[in-house]
Structure formats: structure tokens, C-alpha cells
Design a protein around this ligand. Structure first.
Ligand SMILES: Cc1cc2nc3c(=O)[nH]c(=O)nc-3n(C[C@H](O)[C@H](O)[C@H](O)COP(=O)(O)O)c2cc1C
Length: 184
């Protein structure tokens, strides 16, 4: 699978097999994040890699914004929590670049994982304080996102199907709605 094929076929996975991720593959995923570009190459990202079943269980039960909205992560063998030290990045035109740095790096991890058959799902709806408390993340560090990583289950859960339908996940805007040639 080349990069373009990975981009075209990637989708958010919300049903996971409990099968372990091989250490070598997890290493490649982390390396893909490490190699990302960043503001002044300051590499503000910090990643918490959670494999402990009990801790993943706590995140599944308590990290969601609404009730158990992140419960589906419970079967994933790995959850990666993407954090940043904003002091290691920049701020310009009202934009915090730590968000950009981490987004690029985390997405690189997700695409590298997908190329190896490993799924993920960007989770932006989480309670930062709860995640901080469960993982002992210091207050100066921002939690940007979390994602389960694991092999997709053959059969998707009803929850996964419902969320996909609700989010309209297959739809993308046509290019003429998002691209402005030469001028706005
Ligand atoms: C910033 C951001 C936040 C997201 N937050 C959530 C979330 O909290 N829960 C969830 O199930 N999916 C979340 N998603 C996944 C999107 O719903 C998904 O990417 C979108 O529906 C397109 O589907 P696809 O990834 O399968 O192509 C998030 C994605 C992004 C980029």
C-alpha cells in the first residue's frame, strides 16, 4: 500500500479485535509520529502509550464527554494519548501551533498504522481533566487527542455503524466547495 492508497482507504475504526500489536509495528507507528514536521522543528508532542488493560478500561469508562461515549476503545490493545507542551511550539495570527504540530504527527502515526492493517480513531471529545487524572499528566501539558490502535474486528459493532451514519463519515465535500483557484 502506498501513501495515496493509505489515504484513500483509511477510515475510523470503532470495533477492535483484542489481538496484540507487535512491538516492531508499534515502534514504526511511533517513529512515524516522531518524524513529523513542526513549528521551528521544536517537536512539542508528548505521547502516552497505554497497553495496561485496567488503564484502558478506565479511559473507556471515564474519558468520554457524554456518558460512556468512548467505551468502544475498551478492546483495543493500545491507546495512544497525544499531548503537547505548548511552550515548545508557537502562536501566531491567533493560532496555537501546538495543535497543528500534534495533528500532523498523530495523523502520520494513523496512516503508518493503517498501512500495516492497524486501525485507529481520532477522539477529540474527551474530558481533559479525567484523562489527566487517570494518566498523571502534568497541568502544563495539554491533551490534544487520544486514539485506540488495534486490528479492526471483521464485524463492526452496532455502535460503530451508528456513529458512522450519524457523523456521515463516508461523505466528503466536492473539490469545488473547498478549493479556490487563484483568488478566494
Ligand atoms: C478533530 C477530530 C475529532 C474527532 N472526534 C471524534 C470523537 O470524539 N469520537 C469519534 O467517534 N470520532 C471522532 N472523530 C472521527 C470523525 O468522526 C471521523 O474522522 C469522520 O467522521 C470521518 O470518518 P472517517 O475517519 O471514517 O473517514 C474525530 C475526528 C477529528 C479529526
Amino acid at each position: 500500500m502506498n501513501v495515496y492508497e493509505a489515504i484513500q482507504s483509511r477510515k475510523s475504526i470503532r470495533s477492535y479485535d483484542t489481538k496484540k500489536i507487535e512491538d516492531e509495528k508499534l515502534g514504526k507507528i511511533l517513529e512515524a509520529g516522531r518524524l513529523a514536521p513542526s513549528w521551528q522543528n521544536k517537536q512539542c508532542w508528548q505521547y502516552v502509550i497505554v497497553k495496561d488493560k485496567d488503564t484502558i478500561g478506565k479511559l473507556a469508562l471515564r474519558s468520554g464527554l457524554i456518558s460512556k461515549s468512548n467505551f468502544f476503545i475498551k478492546d483495543a490493545p493500545v491507546v495512544i494519548v497525544a499531548c503537547a507542551n505548548p511552550n515548545d511550539s508557537g502562536h501566531l495570527n491567533g493560532q496555537d501551533y501546538y495543535l497543528v504540530d500534534v495533528a500532523i504527527s498523530f495523523q502520520q502515526m494513523m496512516l503508518a498504522a493503517w498501512e500495516m492493517g492497524i486501525g485507529s480513531c481520532w477522539l477529540g471529545a474527551f474530558n481533559e481533566e479525567k484523562v489527566r487524572e487517570i494518566l498523571g499528566i502534568p497541568s502544563k501539558i495539554k491533551v490534544v487527542a487520544l486514539s485506540p490502535f488495534g486490528y479492526p474486528k471483521d464485524k463492526q459493532s452496532l455502535y460503530a455503524k451508528a456513529i458512522k451514519t450519524f457523523a456521515g463519515s463516508k461523505k466528503r465535500k466536492n473539490l469545488d466547495k473547498i478549493v479556490h483557484w487563484e483568488k478566494w
